[in-house]
Design a protein around this ligand. Structure first.
Ligand code: FAD
Length: 409
């Protein structure tokens, strides 16, 4: 009988298990993952792995020996298909194939799956998504022979792939429904900076454009038809229009699910014996009352996992984390600290136009976030300030020669 069963063996699920052991939790821990692989990291899938600079073994989150020595039972290829939980939180899970696991506490760490493009032609050969390592391998093979690439979605994954495809000399077009890139996760100054860089690399953008259909010869894709009727030739289409939280089990359990599984700061769901962590969750936004947000990042997966593990082990809750995120696009290293949604003022700083940039975001006079490109010291200063509940005065911050760490008050 497991003390804790974790459904989902990704970034968040693994972190729950390893943190429980670090906190001295000594009951059996079982980690069921539906993918037929040992737990692995996703960020390199659109970066080094896609570029052929990393192989599967480089992606491992932990070695099998680590899990064995830590007494964490990892069961790859074991999708949890059904689960029953009583009021105290103990219950039984059924895995694909019929195996059952009894447990005292349940953690849902089921991640998200690619949002499907709601048009005809999605099933044509040459149409790809990017979430798992098998997707990445398929896309990598396709990129090796493709000539014209259309990426549907101007989010981080789309831009990382566009950076890589254009570096290989492939004709690359990004189609984005909003009138700017990264509209869901970043503010306008960063969107404009990145669009400019990508254009210099030869990437073309169709902004405020919708895809009506993926057109093929019955087998392979050869065009993307836009809503205005134009055809963009493509022998490779990557659909990167976001991820949908995987909430099937949560819904079966009758938990509060609103787009994602609703959790509090300690990652408790609406059931007192069930926790949820990572991309499958949504929670209250610090600056937007009444709004629930999902944060899809490695940092969020790990910090939520630490919070859940602390509660499960009866330990002190960890300090509230500062959200942070990164993305690599050729020579651009993007780093984001905080969440800029709801900002009412911003300050831009940079030394060499086009090569670096930091945008600081304020709300009611208080620093809430910063997005920076190739200015790691700015990122670290803002992360530190936010972590200590401090701020950075906006006027002096506009001078790029003054280190931000000297302005923290
Ligand atoms: P996942 O890592 O998705 O793990 C969930 C696991 O649960 C999956 O293996 C899923 O198949 C499994 N599962 C689902 N249902 C069941 C079930 N019923 N039973 C058993 N198993 C189940 N973040 C960053 O911060 N920086 C980056 O640069 C970055 N780059 C990224 C690039 C790509 C291509 C992708 C896809 C993501 C990237 N992310 C990045 C986001 C980051 O990887 C995710 O936020 C993180 O993986 C979330 O962890 P998770 O454990 O919640 O979900």
């Amino acid at each position: 009988r497991a003390g804790v069963l974790v459904a989902g063996a990704g970034e968040a699920g693994v972190r729950v298990a390893t943190t429980l052991r670090e906190l001295g939790y000594d009951r059996p821990i079982v980690l069921c993952g539906d993918e037929p692989h040992q737990p692995y990291q996703r960020p390199p899938l659109s970066k080094a792995f896609l570029d052929g600079k990393a192989v599967r073994a480089d992606l491992a989150l932990r070695t099998p020996e680590f899990f064995r020595d830590a007494g964490i039972e990892v069961r790859p290829g074991q999708r949890v298909t059904d689960v029953e939980v009583d009021d105290s939180g103990s219950g039984t899970a059924t895995c694909e194939g019929g195996d059952t696991v009894e447990f005292d506490r349940l953690v849902l760490a089921t991640g998200a799956r690619p949002r499907p493009l709601p048009v005809d032609g999605g099933g044509l050969d040459g149409v790809c998504v990017l979430r798992g390592v098998d997707d990445a391998e398929r896309l990598r093979d396709r990129l090796a022979t493709a000539g014209r690439v259309v990426i549907v979605g101007g989010g981080y994954i789309g831009l990382e792939v566009a950076a890589l495809a254009s570096a290989r000399g492939l004709a690359t077009t990004v189609v984005e429904r909003e009138d700017r890139l990264l509209s869901r996760v970043s503010a306008a100054p960063l969107s404009e900076f990145l669009a400019e860089r990508h254009r210099e690399w030869g990437v073309e953008f169709e902004l405020a454009a919708d895809v009506r259909e993926l057109v093929g010869d019955g087998h392979r894709v050869h065009d993307v038809r836009l809503a205005d009727g134009r055809l963009l030739p493509a022998d490779l289409v990557l659909v990167g229009i976001g991820a949908v939280p995987e909430t099937t089990l949560a819904e079966k359990l009758g938990l509060d699910v609103r787009r994602g599984i609703v959790v509090d700061a300690g990652c408790r769901t609406s059931h007192p014996g069930v926790w949820a962590v990572g991309d499958c969750t949504v929670r209250a936004h610090p600056h937007l009352p009444g709004e629930l947000i999902g944060v899809e990042s490695v940092q969020n997966a790990n910090d939520q996992a630490r919070a859940a593990a602390a509660a499960l082990a009866g330990a002190e809750p960890p300090r509230p984390p500062v959200p942070w995120f990164w993305s690599d696009q050729r020579d651009l290293k993007l780093q984001i600290a905080g969440i800029s949604s709801g900002y009412d003022r911003h300050v831009v700083r940079g030394t060499s136009p086009g090569a670096d940039l930091t945008v600081l975001y304020y709300r009611g006079g208080e620093l809430i976030a910063a997005e920076s490109v190739n200015r790691p010291a700015d990122f670290l200063a803002v992360k530190r300030a936010l972590g200590k509940g401090k701020t950075i005065a906006p006027e002096p911050a506009a001078d790029p020669a003054t280190p931000l760490k000297e302005l923290i008050t």
